[in-house]
Design a binder for this molecule. Structure first.
Ligand code: SAM
Length: 473
């Protein structure tokens, strides 16, 4: 029986409730006045239920789609401004004992190069990332209790936080590793991680079991209940995601929103982020095993609906997507993107070669971080390397109430300018520096509180003239 308060996966992601929702939405989606009511509710920025969101998903009227997009853009601007937070993935190890049929790291793949970074190699990778300008990483690893036990992950996090090269530092480490125990989540919390990210892959239990035929990840309930264990272990910020293409997307969207509702119901705070990866071609996977790929229009509609349904949850788009797809999605509610990414173990120092390939999948957006930053500035976005909320303890429900109180423009906006100024001074090419510096005075004037504005002005000068770093509100 469906129960968002239950701690059992099969109750909070109840299959029958998903099927009922899909049937209800199919029946009611062309009802214009119902859609208008749902849009009016979304405009209050209080979110939508999974049923309401699914009605919008099935609506076929292009005018409704346009209205949804207009609203998503407005919500994005009201709640996140034009800032886009920047991060990079860091692949620690591709040893894996799971059998995920869509992932080249699956245990049966015998020709992919298996690698695990030593602490010295981590120092080299992170130094390269710092030299690009990154301040925020998402660490990635396969699941392997022998090669990548929790002690290894903790050691890597500690190493990463202690690397200070020139003006560089990694100020927030997010973690994307397999579902684990409450005890190990507590260890990650104590190690000072930012968000714990775990993609559900698919919410459809029968498909999930087929797609994960072997290894610990086969256990649907253990995987689906991971965020509850993470939150019980003290992790405030968790990141959900579906790997689009594995199952049919309406089922996935309903499951994803039900998961968000469950976290809100049980823990009083919804997911910090939602990622929307689409499956990519990769070594030793058979793309014919998944015939649920979604086109760009559908993908844009899904992102739009997520923005309306969970307005206070950040949305992440990675370099799996091309420049043009990312450009289309940015205004619809994306708040974080990766840039200059490598998806191989050691790839920031050693480029991939045919013979020695440890890469997870091809990235579509292969631009350098500097090119991504220039592109964002030219499009009118403010690239932000800010990590202040997490470092000031504004996480979980404190972050959510901070967002809801409308203080973002007095905190996130100046913090974005401060970190952009650091980037321009330390890492930008002359072209990017010139664009950024020409925009900063105007962006400074947009800070509503005059005291904060003056303080920010002073910080920007000290960064440029006195080599001072790491100011934050
Ligand atoms: N091993 C961890 C786990 O099991 O959750 C997570 C790390 S894995 C490096 C990160 C994510 O990459 C997976 O959760 C999956 O969604 C995604 N992924 C795997 N194969 C992919 C592919 N062929 N194309 C796109 N994304 C893929």
């Amino acid at each position: 029986m469906y129960n968002p308060y239950s701690l059992r996966a099969e109750s909070f992601i109840d299959h029958a409730e998903i099927l009922d929702t899909l049937a209800y939405a199919r029946e009611n989606a062309q009802n214009t006045s119902l859609c208008a009511d749902i849009l009016a509710k979304a405009a209050q920025k209080k979110g939508l239920t999974h049923r309401e969101a699914t009605v919008l998903l099935f609506n076929k009227d292009p005018e409704v789609t346009k209205a949804m997009e207009r609203l998503a853009k407005q919500i994005k601007l009201d709640l996140y401004g034009n800032r886009i937070v920047i991060f990079a993935p860091l692949y620690l190890s591709n040893y894996c004992i799971n059998g995920c049929v869509y992932c080249p790291y699956h245990a049966k793949n015998k020709h992919i190069a298996r690698k695990k970074l030593t602490q010295e190699e981590i120092i080299r990778e992170v130094t390269a990332l710092q030299d690009m300008g990154h301040k925020r990483l998402a660490i990635e690893a396969g699941e392997d209790p022998i090669h990548n036990p929790i002690s290894y992950i903790l050691e890597c996090i500690d190493t990463i936080y202690h690397i200070h090269h020139k003006n560089g530092s990694i100020r927030r480490v997010n973690v994307n590793i397999a579902a684990t125990t409450e005890k190990e989540y507590r260890m990650l919390k104590e190690a000072g991680i930012g968000t714990y990210i775990l993609f559900q892959e698919t919410y459809h239990k029968a498909s999930y079991e087929k797609l994960h035929p072997t290894g610990p990840k086969h256990d649907y309930a253990y995987h689906t209940e991971a965020m509850d264990r993470a939150m019980a272990g003290g992790i405030d910020d968790v990141g959900l995601g579906v790997l689009f293409g594995l199952e049919n997307y309406p089922y996935e969207l309903v499951g994803l929103l039900m998961h968000a509702e469950h976290l809100e119901a049980v823990h009083g705070v919804g997911p910090h982020t939602i990622s929307v990866p689409r499956i990519k071609r990769a070594d030793d996977i058979n793309p014919d095993d998944f015939d649920n790929g979604i086109d760009d229009d559908t993908f844009a509609k899904i992102c739009t609906i997520i923005r309306l349904a969970v307005p206070y949850t950040g949305m992440i788009i990675s370099t799996r997507e091309s420049k043009s797809v990312r450009e289309r999605l940015l205004p619809l509610g994306i708040s974080q993107i990766s840039g200059g990414s490598k998806t191989s173990v050691g790839g920031y120092v050693t480029p991939e070669s045919e013979e020695d390939n440890s890469q997870q999948f091809d990235v579509s957006d292969q631009r350098t971080l500097d090119e991504v930053i220039a592109w964002l500035l030219e499009l009118g976005y403010i690239p932000s390397f800010c990590t202040a909320c997490y470092r000031e303890g504004r996480t979980g429900d404190r972050f959510m109430s901070f967002c809801k109180s409308g203080q973002i423009q007095n905190f996130c906006h100046p913090n974005a300018l401060i970190t952009l100024q650091e980037y321009l001074q330390d890492y930008a090419s002359p072209h990017t520096k010139q664009i950024g510096e020409s925009l900063l005075p105007e962006l400074l004037e947009q800070i509503p509180n005059s005291a904060t504005r003056e303080k920010t002005r002073q910080y920007l000068q000290e960064i440029a003239q006195k080599n001072a770093r790491d100011f934050r509100f």
